[in-house]
Design a protein around this ligand. Structure first.
Ligand code: CMC
Length: 432
């Protein structure tokens, strides 16, 4: 097979090397294109542009395959815990028992946050969206751990920052929820496992101690695993680009949280449940909303449908749909939204518009339904996505740093005014 591609430009033939991935994916390496031809490439939204090579996640959107470090998402979601998957993504292999114990211990001793964070939290209005609070609390970690600001200082320091962020993220997430409710914060309980500790900080009330429920803890582990990494998506690319400027891990991840917040990305899970509620309140008229989604003049989109890279079923959506049935049944929750979601999915999958455009339910379509059954309000859904994506962001940031990747800095094609002559009449003269 050819190891280069030819480009003919202005009578000259240029050979561009072909890079082959471990799953036989092929890319044209255009890094010398500009120096040899003066050309840049243009690909708005980076729809067909590889920004890096990576050993972390393999995804085949046509076949609906997702694997982390070689392990299928189906196996990880059914056999692992979230902390095992964190270790796998960040350090490359599934941990041995002693490696896992030591990793969990390192995280556990960092679950507590400085008391001054409570003062920062107090300053927010009670209706502040928890994603905004979370991103600023994560950046604020730099103020408490200024030594973390130099990502080149030492490997041990990077590992310490990783343990700190994994330990404190659930505390911040739960506290942002308490803030919104106006309830007192709950401190971490390090006798509990990672997920149960988070659930306790979320749901314990001074009047009622939290009773761990294995159905809820298992469901949370599964949901977090399903969101743990997704190669070069919008928020992960953001983390890598911010980190490429040698920004440290906390601001890089904070930037990822902000990118995730948008409704086309992680914010879709909140938007899905709001859309489903709206359809119910509007008389369950599914056809009306399918028509709206297909109407080019209507900005409405079927939230939770479509994906930049999956042109087949999102494998995570398949697992989540099954889990939603299971969790709601085990918890005895009867949410009419689940029936509506299934009907909507069936109608959309048979509709020519969705078939032609290869629009399938994505990870966000059913996740909000489970989160609601577990007791989470919609404004926490995207926080939960961020919680799950945390190890992926960390792993990608770490890989980018270890590979000494260059500053991320795309080119553009300028389409504005050419040089214009400056005229005095354009000067502002104040009335005398
Ligand atoms: N409802 C109706 N039409 C859609 C939808 C949808 N959900 N998604 C895509 N389309 C149409 C779109 O109008 C376009 O039509 P045309 O070619 O006639 O202009 C075509 O399908 C291709 O869409 P695109 O927006 O150009 O494709 P993209 O790869 O840029 O978009 C997407 C991917 C996820 C932004 C989009 O499918 C979408 O907006 N979906 C709804 C939001 C959503 O569920 N986001 C969560 C994604 S999964 C979580 C994550 O990893 O971020």
């Amino acid at each position: 097979m050819s190891d280069s591609a030819s480009l003919n430009f202005e009578g000259k033939e240029i050979k561009l090397p072909i890079i082959t991935g471990s799953e036989n994916e092929k890319a044209i390496d255009i890094s010398k294109l500009r120096s040899e031809t003066g050309l840049v490439t243009l690909d708005k939204g980076f729809k067909n542009t590889g920004s890096t090579t990576s050993n972390i996640t393999y995804l085949d959107g046509e076949k609906g395959i997702l694997r982390h470090r070689g392990y299928s998402i189906e196996e990880l979601a059914s056999k692992s815990t979230f902390t095992e998957v964190c270790y796998l993504l960040i350090y490359g292999n599934l941990p041995t028992k002693s490696e896992l114990d030591s990793f969990e211990h390192r995280i556990r001793i960092h679950t507590l946050v400085h008391e001054d964070f409570k003062i920062i939290l107090e300053g927010y209005p009670s209706k502040a969206h928890p994603m905004g609070i979370l991103s600023s609390l994560i950046t604020s970690l730099t103020a408490f751990y200024p030594e973390s600001l130099d990502p080149n200082r030492s490997k041990d320091l990077v590992d310490l920052s990783i343990a700190r962020i994994l330990g404190k993220f659930p505390t911040f997430a739960a506290w942002s929820y308490k803030k919104r409710n106006g309830h007192p914060i709950i401190y971490p309980d390090n006798s509990l496992d990672y997920c149960t500790n988070f659930l306790k900080m979320m749901f314990e009330l001074p009047s009622e101690s939290y009773k761990p429920n294995p159905v809820i803890t298992d469901a949370l582990n599964k949901l977090l695993i399903l969101h743990a990494d997704h190669e070069q998506n919008c928020s992960t690319s953001t983390v890598r680009v911010v980190g490429s400027a040698q920004s440290s891990i906390y601001p890089s991840i904070s930037a990822g949280i902000n990118a995730l917040w948008g409704p086309l990305h992680g914010g879709a899970n909140q938007a899905v449940i709001e859309m489903l509620d709206q359809i119910i309140n509007d008389g369950n008229d599914i056809d009306k909303y399918i028509k709206k989604a297909k109407d080019k003049n209507d900005p409405f989109r079927l939230m939770g449908f479509g994906h930049r890279v999956y042109k087949n079923f999102d494998p995570r959506a398949k697992i989540i749909k099954k889990a939603a049935d299971n969790v709601l049944e085990k918890l005895g929750v009867n949410d009419p939204v689940l029936d509506l979601a299934k009907k909507l999915e069936k109608i959309a999958l048979e509709d020519q518009y969705f078939v032609d455009k290869k629009l399938y339910p994505n990870v966000d379509f059913y996740s909000g339904i489970i989160y609601r059954a577990l007791g989470f309000p919609p404004e926490m859904f995207t926080v939960m996505f961020a919680f799950g994506r945390l190890p992926g962001w960390i792993a990608q940031w770490k890989e980018m740093r270890e590979n000494k990747e260059p500053l991320g800095r795309p080119r553009q094609i300028y389409t504005g005014e050419q040089t214009r002559e400056y005229k005095d009449c354009l000067l502002y003269t104040s009335p005398s």
